[in-house]
Unconditional design. Structure first.
Length: 127
């Protein structure tokens, strides 16, 4: 018969101060990143919704390049979009289709000497 000695329940230990400091740094970094980068993704969703509001049936047949640009200018002004339209948008037309191409980059400072470049692209083709 073997004898086992029972010493009682073991004492549990929580995280050390260094463990909590590491968790706080990771959580702080994630929250900072979300707060700094999130608004740019919201702005891009605004760009997509403005593209959705363009009358699909009229773009190629009835709207000129100037009217398409005017549509975006008005909608961006209403929505408070901050990037100049001339720097980000091209409208190409031919006999078969009209293509609206929106491309832009945003540089956002995160912390210390770390910057992030976000690239956004939206292309719509109308027949």
């Amino acid at each position: 018969m073997s004898q086992h000695s029972f010493k009682g329940p073991r004492k549990q230990h929580g995280m050390t101060m260094w463990g909590w400091l590491f968790v706080a740094i990771v959580v702080g970094t994630v929250i900072t990143s979300l707060l700094r980068l999130g608004p740019h993704y919201i702005d891009f969703r605004i760009v997509q919704s403005v593209s959705d509001r363009l009358p699909v049936d009229e773009v190629h047949k009835e709207m000129s390049r100037a009217k398409i640009l005017e549509h975006y200018k008005k909608q961006f002004r209403i929505e408070g979009f901050r990037i100049p339209l001339k720097e980000m948008m091209t409208v190409e037309r031919n006999r078969e289709q009209t293509t609206v191409d929106i491309n832009y980059e945003v540089r956002e400072h995160l912390f210390f000497n770390i910057d992030v470049v976000l690239k956004f692209s939206e292309q719509r083709t109308y027949n």
